[in-house]
Unconditional design. Structure first.
Length: 363
């Protein structure tokens, strides 16, 4: 039987690593849902032990896809990762903490349980191949959540170590359905990745309010817009009106020809500012409720408009922030659900005693 291959091994005297000796012309299975299997140079791939019964073959087809038969083209010495002493020595001889965690969590160091996870299996495969191992082999092991994990073979330079000799799955309709199923799954994965990479809405910056209501330095270009509340809104705060020759009304600044506005001092040619007396030609008095100078008003409505502007901007900003927070919350929930679903699938696969990459390999 092919399983007898695990009785053929040797232990390296220097490293104390155990190796399974895989002879030339040794048969291996590899399954895929892709249209064909093509190996890349110097890249590791996973294989399974050849099974001969119809029930075993049907089970592999249902789990992994169309089955192809391969044979080794030379003798291989594969690291025995099911051997407790070997995996312990490998753990001790590496300074890579990530590899050490994978040996514990996924390859049964201390527990003897094989928990196959595609990304972790690839990391171990790459690590071994980069460190001049020819690959690894594992006999039947306990699987996570019960069951058994079937034998698997990892061959580093598969393109130059194996060759295809047969196609076990003969039903063309079954192969066609498997390929179609794979393509649909691939499209689903691509759509999911596209959603993840979709740019989130960028929060537009909110203009800071002017320090003073009538500062000469503060100007804004955008004209007012009408809003649903029937008072002006602005992309930027409104321009206060000019009072004198381009200068704005500001008691702290000069008003006329170098002179400051001061009720206690003379304003025009020896005359003091006095509300009870006439101020300008024509007998017009200074009155805050009426027009003050040509083209300008000191109008309380202006202050009300600006107050309304900031109130609306504050409301709009709060609504936008709440909407963004809600979008972020929903996105986090969706990602969490996907993570839980992925964990559930991995556990289901472990219960059946299977590992998807053990036969599909790197495609």
């Amino acid at each position: 039987m092919n399983a007898d291959i695990f009785n053929n091994y040797f232990i390296d005297d220097e490293t104390k690593y155990k190796y399974y000796i895989i002879p030339e012309k040794f048969p291996l299975f590899k399954a895929t849902r892709r249209p064909s299997i093509e190996f890349e140079d110097f890249k590791p791939y996973f294989f399974g032990l050849v099974y001969e019964t119809t029930d075993e073959i049907d089970e592999y087809e249902n789990l992994y896809g169309a089955i192809y038969k391969f044979e080794t083209t030379k003798e291989l010495r594969l690291l025995a990762l099911d051997d407790p002493q070997t995996i312990q020595n490998l753990y001790n001889n590496t300074n890579d903490e990530n590899i050490q965690r994978i040996l514990i969590n996924n390859y049964g160091l201390n527990s003897g349980i094989r928990n196959s996870v595609a990304d972790k299996d690839r990391e171990i495969a790459n690590y071994l191949c980069e460190n001049n191992f020819e690959g690894y082999a594992i006999n039947t092991m306990k699987a996570d959540l019960g069951g058994k994990f079937h034998p698997e073979f990892l061959i580093c330079d598969a393109k130059n170590c194996v060759e295809q000799v047969d196609i076990i799955t003969k039903d063309e309709n079954k192969i066609r359905n498997m390929v179609q199923e794979y393509r649909l799954k691939e499209q689903s994965v691509n759509l999911r990745e596209a959603r993840r990479n979709k740019k989130r809405p960028i929060r537009s910056p909110v203009s800071s309010p002017p320090k003073r209501l009538f500062d000469a330095e503060t100007t804004y270009d955008s004209p007012p817009k009408s809003s649903i509340f029937n008072f002006p809104t602005y992309d930027s705060p409104p321009i206060s009106k000019k009072l004198f020759g381009g200068k704005k009304y500001n008691k702290s600044k000069k008003l006329f020809k170098g002179r400051k506005y001061n009720k206690s001092k003379k304003l025009f040619k020896g005359r003091k500012y006095n509300k009870s007396k006439k101020l300008f030609k024509g007998g017009k008095k200074y009155n805050k409720s009426k027009k003050l100078f040509k083209g300008g008003k000191e109008d309380d409505a202006e202050n009300k408009k600006i107050a309304h502007f900031y109130a609306i901007r504050s409301i709009e900003r709060n609504i936008a922030e709440k909407k963004l927070l809600e979008q972020e919350r929903l996105e986090q929930e969706r990602l969490e659900q996907e993570r839980l679903e992925q964990e559930r699938r991995e556990k289901d696969r472990a219960e059946k005693g299977t590992a998807l990459d053990a036969l599909m390999g790197y495609q």
